[in-house]
Design a protein around this ligand. Structure first.
Ligand code: SF4
Length: 310
């Protein structure tokens, strides 16, 4: 398989920037929103305390005081990213952005889409928090807007999901994908590489399964230990071995080779959390990680999708 021409980029994977340029013919930027949601895995509805790596503080904006409206957050974001970007996608990012009554969700999503040059929504959620009526609402935007639904998943190994206190199993993810797929919503899945007790073979097995599902995009990052989280405490006690940068880079390249070439790679590193970051140290240099991934794919003379059909 040759490198796909439709990517129209110089990368060895299909990045989000190129996907948007191809689809809209201009530079599109994602603007993060904190709409004030909480999470059923934190408030006791599913569990208390959340996933063991989850930063309980919410966004920087939430920590700074009362949250500005969605419209105000978008206006500030647009002002910051112009003139580089021409169109914008409102990214409902903080916690679980489908966790509420449909009327409330509709009001927030409508507010975002009413903003000038906001061409779409990207809604971050959990697989167990998308009832049919919520999916119907999100689907209803599909005809007039560019809509992504992002599922935090991290792993498809039930043992791992229990270990990290996700509060749902793999079956919940398969059920959500089956109900959400078929258009017009684009589906994205989040994976973490290096979760406690999870082998490279297991995360590659997850990637292989994802590659066979109707998933349009993926975000991957390494496990990060943050102060104030259960994972952070265990890391400080020396109980959580972290991957080296080389191990992370090699695993990411293995995953990319397995994924279909049309799956949009939305992220390959995580950033932020500077004040509470504990480790691994190498993860703080995002550019170096991305360059190392590019370098490893070049060394292999490989690219996303090379082993998708194997
Ligand atoms: S599902 Fe997301 S927001 Fe909820 S506890 Fe886990 S990481 Fe945090």
């Amino acid at each position: 398989m040759a490198k796909p021409l439709f990517w129209n980029n110089s990368k060895r994977y299909y990045d989000l920037k190129s996907f948007w340029k191809n689809r809209f013919g201009c530079r599109v930027h994602k603007l993060p929103i904190d709409a004030g949601f909480t999470c059923p895995n934190r408030d006791g509805s599913v569990a208390v305390g959340g996933c063991i790596y989850c930063d309980s503080r919410g966004s920087a904006l939430r920590m700074a005081g009362p949250l500005p409206t969605v419209a105000e957050q978008l206006r500030r974001g647009k002002a910051h990213y112009r003139p580089g970007a021409e169109k914008f996608v409102a990214y409902f990012q903080t916690y679980t952005n489908t966790y509420g009554p449909v009327e409330k969700l509709k009001s927030l999503y409508d507010e975002a889409l009413a903003e000038e040059d906001v061409i779409g929504l990207s809604i971050g959620t959990r697989p167990d928090c998308v009832p049919d009526e919520t999916l119907a609402l999100i689907r209803s935007y599909g005809a007039k807007a560019h809509v992504w639904l992002e599922f935090g998943l991290q792993s498809l190994q039930d043992r791992t999901l229990r270990e990290i206190n996700r509060g749902h199993d793999a079956a919940a993810f398969f059920d959500a994908v089956q109900r959400a797929a078929g258009g017009p919503i684009l589906l994205c899945v989040h994976l973490i590489v290096g979760l406690p007790g999870e082998s490279r073979a297991e995360i590659l097995e997850t990637a292989r399964t994802i590659a066979g599902l109707p998933i349009d995009g993926i975000k991957i990052h390494s496990l990060l230990a943050l102060a104030g989280t259960e994972l952070g405490e265990r890391y400080k006690r020396g109980e959580i071995p972290m991957l080296s940068r080389d191990e992370y880079v090699e695993t990411v390249c293995d995953i990319l080779e397995i994924l279909p070439p049309e799956m949009v790679v939305q992220r390959l590193t995580a950033d932020g959390y500077r004040e509470i970051f504990l480790g691994p140290e190498w993860a703080t240099n995002k550019l170096a990680v991305l360059n190392a991934i590019d370098g490893e794919l070049k060394r292999r003379d490989s690219w996303q999708g090379l082993r998708h059909q194997e």
